[in-house]
Design a protein around this ligand. Structure first.
Ligand code: EZ4
Ligand code: CO
Length: 402
């Protein structure tokens, strides 16, 4: 079974997506997500210019060997652009293997470990009243877990808070827009928001919050401690995690669980966090962490240390990534939660898929492979539009993490 064609498809049905489609000599096709938000064309070029020429004629059944060929063969290893490109190839090859076997991919990963994939939705609003209404809306839709982001008084904009509630799109301009941040205002306001949400919705709803890399370790320790009475399921990205040692300091101060990993490219970004049990959930994804093959390796390491999965699933991860994620989520023993931000109707039409939401759970497609495709004719109607993520500054103008 040889690869005879490999197409890199860039499309913008409301937002940009990069997709790799592989075709084999026996007529099977496979798709892989290659979207790296704000840096899409770098991955498209990496694939078109450097990877596709090496794929033609390659045995499509050799997933592990192809992964290592692309990882070790590039000499440079790691990095988000490389790992996203490898992920696309890997995901497409798993799709093909599932179709060749006549099974959904989760069967090839060991079969089901659970009946459904618990997902969390995004309740966000400028005001606390608005937040309460949004949480209620998600509870009414059947969600068992909700991420809460509130506007911070005194700040013009806040991460995670948007006008269009179901689809948060931070990559909003060709040249990055600029936001202003105050840790003092944020830390003063946030615990009170969660006190009201917990009071209104009771103890059973899973509540989550994304700090988006904005605090120092000791500030994160303080936030975690102040949130303990409200029993969060996790505090996400409390501090940038390049310095993995820094998580020890947070751990010394709080029992609020910690989730990190959406910007990780592979196992070496989280090895210490996992093996020293400095996090509770690893949020790496199929598309940015080397595909199904490599993410499975991360999750298996995490399982040894009682760390559960909590994969990133924002709108910039395409339905191809979501389809692949759900096969892993349903199969691994140490699944925790899956983020699920809905895609627009335009995006869903470009990527017809078989996964579906019911009663707070997502269910992977049951057809052979991943159960997702790209409509290339429709995709061609949505040309690429430059769109970058914002930058963030402190009130004195100092550049801060966005
Ligand atoms: O900012 O996906 O948990 N979700 C997030 C996202 C990220 C975007 C970046 O591309 O933090 O909203
Ligand atoms: Co996040």
């Amino acid at each position: 079974m040889k690869i005879v064609d490999a197409r890199v498809i860039v499309t913008c049905p409301g937002r940009n997506f990069v997709t790799l489609k592989l075709v084999t000599d026996d007529g099977l096709t496979g798709v892989g997500d290659a979207t790296l938000n704000g840096r899409e064309l770098a991955v498209a070029s990496y694939l078109r210019d450097h990877v596709v020429p090496t794929l033609i004629g390659r045995d499509a059944s050799r997933i592990e060997d192809t992964w290592n060929y692309l990882y070790k063969g590039a000499y440079w290893r790691r990095g988000p652009v490389t790992m996203t490109a490898i992920a696309a190839v890997d995901t497409a090859l798993w799709d093909i293997k599932g179709k060749a076997a006549g099974m959904p991919v989760y069967q090839l990963l060991g079969g089901r470990s659970r009946e459904g994939v618990t997902v969390y939705g995004h309740a966000n609003a400028e005001t606390v009243e608005g937040v309460l209404a949004e949480v209620a809306r998600y509870v009414d839709l059947g969600y068992k877990a909700v991420r809460v982001q509130a506007g911070v008084p005194g700040l013009a904009t806040t991460y995670g808070v948007s006008g269009d509630k179901m689809f948060y799109e931070p990559a909003d301009a060709a040249v990055p827009t600029e936001a202003v941040w105050s840790t003092e205002r944020y830390l003063a306001h946030t615990p009170g928001v969660f006190a009201q949400v917990r009071d209104e919705f009771g103890p059973n709803l899973k509540l989550l919050h994304d700090v988006h890399h904005r605090l120092t370790p000791i500030e994160a320790g303080r936030l975690g401690k102040s949130l303990e009475p409200h029993a969060l399921t996790w505090m996400e990205d409390p501090t940038p995690a390049e310095l993995q040692d820094s998580l020890r300091l947070i751990r010394q101060h709080t029992t609020t669980p910690i989730a990190i990993g959406e910007i990780f490219s592979g196992i070496w970004d989280c090895q210490q966090l996992i093996t020293e049990q400095l996090i509770d959930y690893i949020r790496a994804t199929v598309v940015h962490a080397g595909g199904i093959t490599h993410l499975r390796r991360i999750f298996d390491l995490a399982a040894l240390y009682q760390v559960r999965s909590g994969s990133h699933g924002a709108t910039d991860l395409s339905p191809v990534c979501m389809s692949a994620a759900l096969h892993l989520d349903v199969a691994i023993p140490n699944f925790g939660l899956q983020e699920y931000m809905r895609h627009t109707a335009e995006t869903d039409a470009v990527f017809p898929h078989g996964y579906h939401f019911a009663d707070g759970y997502l269910h992977p497609a049951e057809e052979p492979g991943l159960g997702v495709d790209i409509d290339e004719d429709l995709a061609a109607q949505y040309p690429y539009r430059p769109a970058a993520l914002p930058v963030n500054r402190l009130e004195d103008g100092t550049l801060h993490s966005w």
